[in-house]
Design a protein around this ligand. Structure first.
Ligand SMILES: Nc1ncnc2c1ncn2[C@@H]1O[C@H](COP(=O)(O)OP(=O)(O)OP(=O)(O)O)[C@@H](O)[C@H]1O
Length: 748
C-alpha cells in the first residue's frame, strides 16, 4: 500500500451516485500527475488529499492508484492554497483574487478565513461583504466535506449524504449519535434499513428499546404508504418483528409505552386494538366532526325548485331521469351530499344542472378535483372553470408543523373559502390529508357536493374517504346507474359497466374502440404493444405516440412497467449523438423522454416561457401523476428540465431525479384520475390480490377513444370475477357514526 499527498488537478470522471471517480493528483515536487481511481465521497478540484492505495497497471490507461482510503488535509504550501481558492470552489473568488489573497497572507490564509475573515477585505478588490460571504462559504464547504467523508464510513451514497447534510447541517453528528432512526423519518430515500445499519455501526443493540420503538413507529408510518390510517396491533407487531428480526412478544411489550408517551394512539374498534400514527387519528376525528357540522338542512320550496329544473331542462333540451332529479334536489337541500356513478351515467349533466340552479340564486360556486388532469377535464366537460383542490385552497410551499409533506394552505379555518357551494369531482382519489385540508377551509353554510365513482381504485394516499363517507350513512348518497351514452357510441363504456357488474366483457368484431389481441408469450405481447404504439394507434385515434398510454398492472416482471419502458424508450426515443443522457438508479433518462412525477412536490418551482425565452408565468408544485417530456439534461449544472402540461418548465437537480420515472408505460394505479386518447393493456398473469375487478375497471375507464388489451382473455375474465381487494384500514366511517350517535344523545 502506498500513501501519496497532493492536490486534485482535475476530475476526469465522476459518478455522483456512488462517488466513483477518476482524478489526477499533482504535487509541486512530482514531474507528472498521478491518476487515482475509487469511490471518493466528496471531491473537488483544488482539494488537497492524502490517498492510500495500491499501484496497479491498467492496460488502457496505464499506471494508476486504486484508492483504498483517503482523507482531506488543508494544503500547507501557498501554491496549493492558491490553487484551491482559485478553483471556483468559492463564489466571487477567481484565480486573480486568490493569487492576491495568498500573496498577502501566505501560509496563514486558511486561518484568516476561519478566524479573522474581515481581514480579507485588506486585499484590494474584496469588500467587507465579499470577505464575510467568502469566509462563510469556505467554512460551510469545509464542514460539508468533512461530513461527506464521515458519512462515507457508514456506506452512504453521495446523493444521500448530500441530503442528510442539507437536512441537519452540523447537527448531523448529534442525530447519528443519539437517534439514527430519525433519518428514516426525516429524509426521503433513507429507509429503515439504512438507518438501522447506521445505528448498528454506531453501536445500538439489536434488541435495544430504542430500536424496537423506532421500528414500530416506522412500520406504522410505512403502512400509510399502503393506504392505511391505522394497523391492528397484531398486524403491526408482526410486521415490526419481521423487520427487526425479533420475537413478536419482545415487540408487543413496547406498544403500551409508545401509547403512554402519545407517540402512537390506541383505540378499540370492536374487540380489536387499533394503533394510529397520531396525526392520522386526529385527521379522521376532525374530518368526522367537520362533515357533521357542514351537513345542515336547507329548506326549499319544492314546487319552485321543480319549476326551475323544468325550465333548465327545456333550455338544455334534456329530460333528467328520476335519479338525476333526486341528486339535484338533495344538492339544494343538504349541506353535504355524494353523487356516485360510473362513466356515461350523467354525472356531468347533473352537476351542470346543479350549478345552473345555484347560479340563478346568485350563489358563489367553486369546482375542483384532486389532480390537474381531473380538474382540466372537469372544466372541459362542465364548461365551468375548475381547479385542483390544492389551488382552490391556495397551497403554498411552506411546511406546516410536523407535516412532512410540506403542505400548507392559505385557506383554512382562519381564512375559509368564501363560497356557497363547493363541488369536488373524482372524489375516489381524495385521501385523508386532502379531505382534512378541504374541510378545514369550509364553514357550515357552505354546501359540499362530492362526485365520484367508488368502483375506481382507492386514493394513493391513506384513507378510504369516499367509501367511508358513503358507508357511514350520515349524508344523502345518490347513485346514478343508468347509462345514457348510446351502445353504438362506445364499447368502452358498455364494457366498463359490464366489468362493474361482474359480467364478461364483449369483444365485438365490429367494435371500433374495444379490442383484444390474444397472445400467450410475453415476447409476442411486447412485439404487439410496440407495433400498436409506434404504427397503428397514432393515426387511428389521431394522436401522437406519446399520447398513447401503456398501462401495466405491475412494475416488475417481463411485462412490468420497468421493462416496458426500457423497450418503448428504445423505439420511441432512441439514443442519438445530440441527445444527452443521464443514468439514475439503473434507469437511463434521455432528452425527449416521456416522464412522470411520482410524488407530490409542493415546493418544486415551474415557469412558463414564451418564444423569446421570457418567463410569463411562474408557480410552485408538481404533483404525483403529472407527466411531461425531458427538454434538456445539463451535466454542467447537474439539472434536468422537464416540460409538463401547458408548457410548465420545472428544473430538477440530479439529486431529485428519484421523483421522476419514465412514463411510456405506467402502472394502472398511477393512471388514476387521468384520461388518454388510447390505452394499451398488456395482461398475462400475476398475483391474485392485485389482478382484480377494480384494477381492470380503472384501466379501461382511462381511455377516451380506444382500449386494446394484449395478452390473455382468460385473465380478463378472471379479473372480472375477482372481487378481492387489498384491505385498507381506515376508520372515518366509525368516527362519523360515533359522533353522530353522541350528538343525537346530547340532543335527546
Ligand atoms: N337524462 C338524460 N337524458 C338523455 N341523455 C342524457 C341524460 N343525462 C346525460 N345524458 C347524455 O349522456 C351522455 C353522458 O352524460 P354525462 O357526460 O353527463 O355523464 P358522465 O357521468 O359525466 O360521464 P363521464 O364520467 O364519462 O364523463 C352525454 O351525452 C349526455 O348528454
Amino acid at each position: 500500500m502506498e500513501e501519496l499527498e497532493g492536490y486534485v488537478e482535475n476530475i476526469v470522471f465522476r459518478n455522483e451516485e456512488n462517488g466513483y471517480t477518476v482524478l489526477h493528483l499533482s504535487h509541486p515536487e512530482w514531474d507528472d500527475e498521478i491518476c487515482c481511481v475509487g469511490c471518493f465521497s466528496y471531491v473537488a478540484e483544488g482539494q488537497y488529499l492524502v490517498v492510500r492505495g495500491e499501484r496497479v497497471f491498467h492496460k488502457e490507461y496505464g499506471e494508476q492508484i486504486k484508492m483504498v482510503s483517503y482523507e482531506e488535509k488543508q494544503p500547507e504550501d501557498s501554491m496549493a492554497i492558491e490553487k484551491y481558492l482559485g478553483s471556483g470552489a468559492i463564489k466571487g473568488i477567481g484565480p486573480a483574487l486568490a493569487a492576491r489573497i495568498v500573496r498577502k497572507f501566505k501560509e496563514d490564509t486558511f486561518r484568516i478565513f476561519e478566524e479573522e475573515p474581515e481581514r480579507l477585505a485588506e486585499v484590494k478588490g474584496i469588500s467587507i461583504k465579499l470577505a464575510i460571504q467568502a469566509a462563510n462559504q469556505f467554512n460551510e464547504k469545509r464542514e460539508m466535506r468533512q461530513a461527506m467523508i464521515f458519512l462515507q464510513d457508514y456506506g452512504i451514497s453521495m446523493n444521500l449524504a448530500v441530503k442528510i447534510y442539507r437536512q441537519y447541517g452540523q447537527e448531523m453528528y448529534e442525530v447519528l449519535r443519539t437517534n439514527p432512526y430519525k433519518l428514516a423519518e426525516d429524509i426521503s430515500g433513507v429507509g429503515f434499513k439504512i438507518a438501522d445499519e447506521i445505528a448498528r455501526q454506531a453501536g445500538f443493540y439489536q434488541d435495544s428499546d430504542f430500536r424496537i420503538q423506532a421500528g414500530i413507529i416506522y412500520c406504522l408510518q410505512q403502512s400509510t404508504a399502503q393506504g392505511h390510517c391505522y394497523l391492528p396491533q397484531r398486524e403491526l407487531v408482526d410486521v415490526t418483528a419481521q423487520l427487526l428480526g425479533l420475537d413478536p412478544a419482545l415487540v408487543d411489550c413496547h406498544v403500551d409505552e409508545l401509547c403512554m408517551n402519545k407517540q402512537i394512539i390506541c383505540r378499540e374498534i370492536g374487540d380489536q386494538r387499533c394503533l394510529y400514527y397520531g396525526r392520522l387519528y386526529y385527521m379522521e376525528m376532525n374530518c368526522a366532526r367537520m362533515l357533521l357540522d357542514l351537513n345542515l338542512d336547507f329548506p326549499v320550496k319544492e314546487k319552485e325548485l321543480e319549476k326551475k329544473v323544468k325550465s333548465i331542462e327545456r333550455e338544455e333540451k334534456i329530460e333528467l331521469d328520476e335519479m338525476q332529479k333526486t341528486a339535484v334536489f338533495q344538492a339544494v337541500q343538504n349541506g353535504v351530499m355524494v353523487i356516485m356513478g360510473g362513466p356515461g351515467t350523467g354525472k356531468t349533466t347533473t352537476i351542470n344542472t346543479i350549478v345552473r340552479i345555484f347560479e340563478e340564486e346568485g350563489m358563489d360556486i367553486l369546482l375542483a378535483a384532486p389532480t390537474g388532469r381531473a380538474a382540466k377535464r372537469m372544466s372541459e366537460t362542465t364548461g365551468y372553470e375548475a381547479q385542483t383542490i390544492h389551488r382552490l385552497l391556495e397551497m403554498n410551499g411552506a411546511a406546516d408543523g410536523d407535516d412532512r409533506s410540506g403542505m400548507h394552505f392559505e385557506r383554512n379555518e382562519l381564512q375559509p373559502l368564501e363560497a356557497d357551494v363547493v363541488i369536488i369531482d373524482e372524489m375516489s382519489m381524495v385521501d385523508i390529508y386532502l379531505m382534512h385540508a378541504l374541510l378545514k377551509a369550509l364553514v357550515p353554510g357552505t354546501r359540499l357536493i362530492m362526485v365520484g365513482d367508488a368502483n375506481q381504485l382507492p386514493s394513493v394516499g391513506p384513507g378510504n374517504v369516499l367509501k367511508d363517507i358513503i358507508q357511514s350513512g350520515f349524508c344523502d348518497v345518490v347513485r346514478l346507474e343508468k347509462v345514457f351514452r348510446q351502445a353504438a357510441e362506445s364499447d368502452i363504456i358498455l364494457n366498463a359497466h359490464r366489468i362493474n357488474r361482474g359480467e364478461p366483457v364483449e369483444f365485438r368484431k365490429e367494435s371500433r374502440d374495444f379490442f383484444c389481441l390474444e397472445r400467450s408469450q410475453p415476447q409476442d405481447i411486447i412485439n404487439v404493444v410496440i407495433q400498436l404504439i409506434v404504427q397503428k394507434l397514432p393515426p387511428y385515434v389521431n394522436a401522437s405516440p406519446y399520447d398513447i398510454q401503456v398501462l401495466a398492472p405491475m412494475r416488475k416482471g417481463e411485462l412490468g412497467v420497468l421493462k416496458l419502458n426500457e423497450l418503448l424508450q428504445m423505439y420511441l426515443n432512441p439514443s442519438m449523438p445530440d441527445k444527452i443522457e443521464k443514468e439514475f438508479h439503473g434507469v437511463l433518462f434521455r432528452e425527449k423522454d416521456k416522464v412522470m412525477q411520482i410524488k407530490n412536490n409542493y415546493q418544486m418551482k415551474w415557469q412558463k416561457i414564451n418564444a423569446f425565452g421570457d418567463t410569463y408565468e411562474e408557480g410552485e408544485g408538481v404533483f404525483n401523476g403529472d407527466s411531461g417530456v425531458i427538454r434538456t439534461i445539463s451535466t454542467l449544472t447537474e439539472t434536468v428540465t422537464v416540460e409538463f402540461e401547458e408548457g410548465k418548465m420545472a428544473e430538477y437537480d440530479f439529486s431529485d431525479m428519484e421523483e421522476l420515472e419514465l412514463a411510456y408505460a405506467i402502472t394502472i394505479h398511477k393512471s388514476q384520475g387521468s384520461e388518454y386518447p388510447a390505452v394499451i393493456l398488456p395482461l398475462l398473469s400475476g398475483p391474485k390480490m392485485l389482478f382484480n375487478r377494480n384494477l381492470l375497471y380503472t384501466a379501461v375507464t382511462r381511455a377516451k377513444k380506444c382500449v386494446t388489451i394484449v395478452g390473455s382473455r382468460q385473465m380478463v375474465d378472471q379479473m372480472i370475477r375477482n372481487i378481492n381487494e387489498k384491505k385498507r384500514y381506515s376508520s372515518l366511517c366509525q368516527r362519523i357514526q360515533e359522533l353522530e350517535a353522541s350528538d343525537a344523545e346530547m340532543l335527546s
